[in-house]
Design a protein around this ligand. Structure first.
Ligand code: AHG
Ligand code: MN
Ligand code: MN
Length: 359
């Protein structure tokens, strides 16, 4: 037995000691961690728990809810609503912000979360996670929808849990990104991965390649160049992974580098991406930046986007700094037309001329 290990509570007391409202923030993160332990226990039971499978209803996203989506959502709400720490909550699984029962005091924070990320993986026993973001409630009393629509750089804490072979909690309060592993015998999260740092260079990418025909040209260019490997312009071979749980992809990137993309695609004009800004892209972007990585839509830093709806979707490209900068450059080149030398005005005139000749 190792004595003197840094537990989550000890870590939070140390990190938040001199921050205004720090003890409330620490207490809220301990409540989130309690929910995470419960969700970890539910997911670990697998088929023995009776929690697998779908419900009949659709959520606000138009997606079929899994039993575990709903249970994880309830767990997070029950764990965090009672202590006078939050003023309200927003969840992927609820259309409107959650209004606290009147008996509970309104606190200074807003909690925004995806209770179960990668829930298509629950029934096949592949890693899933939970993602959360903490904002300051800008005024006293119950929050309105507008109070949640804050840019990601205003988050005071963000994190995720990954329910994999080990359960881990990875979080930031704006002083680096740190990883904790759940010691199940003792029931504590132990600091095992302090000051995570994403390697700036990497040769691994993650993207759902079945959508390739819908991607924009800069993303197609990047992936095609990676696939060309040693013989191509990148002059090295790349590896690819796709787990379909963003937390699991992000966790791998925090451990060994790489790029994750769920880019803009042309499948549905009303959806400029797959992932949701407030409770997926923003918290993950803060964790990535705090670990020295980069996170962008391809054209804008995600943490600077001004949200206009609770469940708004955004393109997401994040990970190792040099690779993400390259993909941003490809977007800029594409938007300026400088990646298409054969499409110069002269070329267009000649094409037109040719077209006229053939009429
Ligand atoms: P959620 O389960 O919360 O709806 O999120 C799933 C997300 C994300 O975790 C993952 O990267 C992506 O959806 C997978 O999408 P595809 O099924 O299109 O690959
Ligand atoms: Mn999700
Ligand atoms: Mn989810």
């Amino acid at each position: 037995m190792h004595l003197g290990r840094t537990t989550l509570s000890k870590f939070l007391i140390q990190q938040l000691r001199d921050i205004d409202g720090g003890s409330d923030l620490g207490a809220l993160l301990v409540d989130v961690a309690a929910a995470v332990k419960t969700i970890a226990a539910m997911t670990a039971k697998g088929a023995l728990g009776g929690f697998l499978g779908e419900l009949d209803n659709l959520n606000i996203q138009g997606e079929t809810q899994k039993k575990l989506d709903v249970l994880a959502n309830e767990t997070m709400i029950r764990s965090c609503e009672w202590g006078g720490l939050v003023a309200g909550m927003v969840s992927e699984e609820l259309e409107a912000p959650y209004v606290l029962p009147s008996e509970f005091e309104r606190g200074r924070y807003l909690l925004v979360f995806d209770p179960l990320d990668g829930s298509s993986n629950t029934d096949v026993n592949v890693s899933v996670g939970s993602i959360f973001s903490v904002l300051v409630h800008p005024r006293p009393g119950s929050p309105s929808e507008h109070d949640y629509l804050q840019p990601g750089h205003r988050q005071v804490a963000a994190g995720y849990a990954i329910y994999g072979p080990a359960t881990m909690l990875v979080l930031t309060v704006g002083k680096g990104t740190h990883g904790f592993t759940l010691d199940r015998e003792i029931g504590n999260f132990i600091l095992t991965h302090p000051n995570l740092a994403i390697p700036a260079r990497s040769s691994e990418f993650a993207i759902n390649a079945s959508n390739a025909r819908f991607w924009e040209p800069p993303v197609q260019r990047y992936v095609t160049e990676c696939q060309a490997g040693l013989a191509g312009v990148r002059e090295r071979d790349f590896n690819m992974r796709w787990i379909a749980s963003m937390v699991a992809e992000v966790h791998r990137i925090l451990m060994r580098g790489g790029v994750f993309m769920y880019p803009r695609d042309t499948r549905d004009a009303s959806r400029p991406g797959r992932l949701r800004l407030l409770y997926e892209a923003n918290p993950i972007s803060l964790l990535i930046e705090q670990a020295g990585g980069r996170s962008t839509t391809g054209r804008e830093r995600i943490l600077e986007l001004a949200p206009d709806a609770l469940h708004q979707r955004v393109p997401v490209i994040l990970g190792s700094r040099e690779e993400v900068e390259r993909i941003e450059r490809y977007h800029a080149d594409f938007d300026a037309g400088t990646d298409r030398p054969f499409e110069s005005p002269l070329f267009h005139e000649r094409s037109l001329f040719r077209a006229e000749l053939t009429v």
